[in-house]
Design a protein around this ligand. Sequence first.
Ligand code: PLP
Length: 391
Amino acid sequence: MIQLADRMNRLGTETAFEVLVKAKALEAEGRNIIHLEIGEPDFDTPQNIKEAAVKALHNGYTHYGPAAGLPQLREAIAEETSRTRGIPVEPSNVVVTPGAKPIMFFSLLACINEGDEVIYPNPGFPIYESVINFIGAKAVPIPLREEMEFRFDLDELRHLITARTRMIVLNSPHNPTGGVLTEEDLQEIARLAQEHDLIVLSDEIYRRIIYDGYSHKSIASIPGMQERTIILDGFSKTYAMTGWRLGYGVMPVELAERIAQLQINSNSCTASFTQMAGVEALQGPQTAAEEMVKEFLRRRNVIVDGLNSIPGFRCLKPHGAFYVFPNITGTGKTSRELADYLLHEAGVAALSGTAFGVYGDGFIRFSYANSVDNIKEALQRIRIAVEKLSA
Ligand code: PLP
């Protein structure tokens, strides 16, 4: 038996992948399972993007490239980020990575010492907490409040900041709640970050998936913030490119150079032909991406209305991303029990809110990256299963 390093005891995981394995095992036994657990668009990558990758393969983009990314893609990202955030961004501010996740890992590794404190949203994407713990820092959760449409209380944030706080992680639109931070929230967070000299890791991966007249605003756009903000963004969600592994960070040049050095020490670089597909994604027609958002909106309305009509469920209408996070305390089951029960009894795979941290207790997450027909069928099955509980 190989002895593991102590730090491995502090590493967490993403339960979505474990539930997927359980659901697949049931399918192998012949059960029909509707997958509402995994956080990826069910759409295919748009054709023009796939063709750009094929063309790149034929044109020799099959070799190592620069650690921070191909100049063409860094240029395209800089241009897009400048335009959408209203800030000056140069290619030297951009680091391209295999998926956006490494930006989390690298930023925390590069900026946070052991014993430093990092404030992160809870419930939240589980990798924040996992990596903060892994590097020996203190993970300080800021609870998201259902009664505030899953934003956090700014007074509470003020109280959590100590002399050891180094970073705040933001994620808007938010996984798993679909919550969106307001302009006033961002202004106050920016003020606090400047007052206490904090770095902000702003996870904007769901930026384009936003509804109800809301528009995304980045904290980096607030005067004085670009120099202390790391924007995390990527292609997985907007362009249905989860399996391509293509993401990026936008940050001050000195940090970008060090993050590129972490890349040299781990991945070397991101695959060259996928980067060329990324250029096409950003510069080609945006119709497919826009159509996906329209379809997500239609599905959101179906699932929110459906869940609210099931006894024991209370579901807010989220303004972004493709998740709903209903309160299920009225069913009399814990989040984990209910997620297990729905998987086995109803054949509907969902995630326990606790997979996103302690403050996810009392909720479960459904991803509505599935067809309207499947969502309707899932709702029907959930209703029957939940009614059995009180029978
Ligand atoms: N950030 C959040 C909030 C996410 O939900 C995800 C993926 O689920 C990521 C980042 C990672 O994206 P990528 O697939 O580009 O690594």
